[in-house]
Ligand binder design. Structure first.
Ligand SMILES: [Zn+2]
Length: 114
């Protein structure tokens, strides 16, 4: 399961950072997940619940913000939200010369703890 390894990697990063900052208890973690990152929010939550058994994470709440796939057409400069990767063609002029602005991201926006 793809999400399990993503969450395991995220927890490693936070564990290292918390250690440096003398944080012993994480209270909240905010993840930003693009719709094209291929990670499903409910699978990420489930993976987190499964993995977060240790003291550092046991009271942590995982918040997930899902980002739309936003593109900009290089021909007519219009910006639009693409429902799925099949809609990467510009809906205004039909050009395939489009650039994705958001949608692939997957990162920790912040975490909080004491
Ligand atoms: Zn266009």
């Amino acid at each position: 399961m793809h999400e399990l390894s993503l969450i395991a990697g995220m927890m490693d990063l936070i564990r290292n950072s918390a250690d440096k900052n003398q944080i012993t208890q994480i209270s909240r973690i905010k993840l930003v997940v693009g719709k094209l990152s291929m990670a499903l929010p409910h699978s990420l939550s489930f993976a987190f619940e499964t993995l977060a058994q240790e003291e550092l994470f046991k009271d942590a709440e995982l918040l997930i913000e899902e980002r739309e796939i936003c593109c900009q057409c290089q021909q007519c400069q219009q910006q639009y939200v693409a429902e799925m990767p099949s809609r990467l063609f510009c809906p205004y002029c039909g050009s395939s010369d489009t650039q994705m602005l958001t949608g692939r991201e997957l990162f920790i926006e912040f975490y909080e703890g004491d």
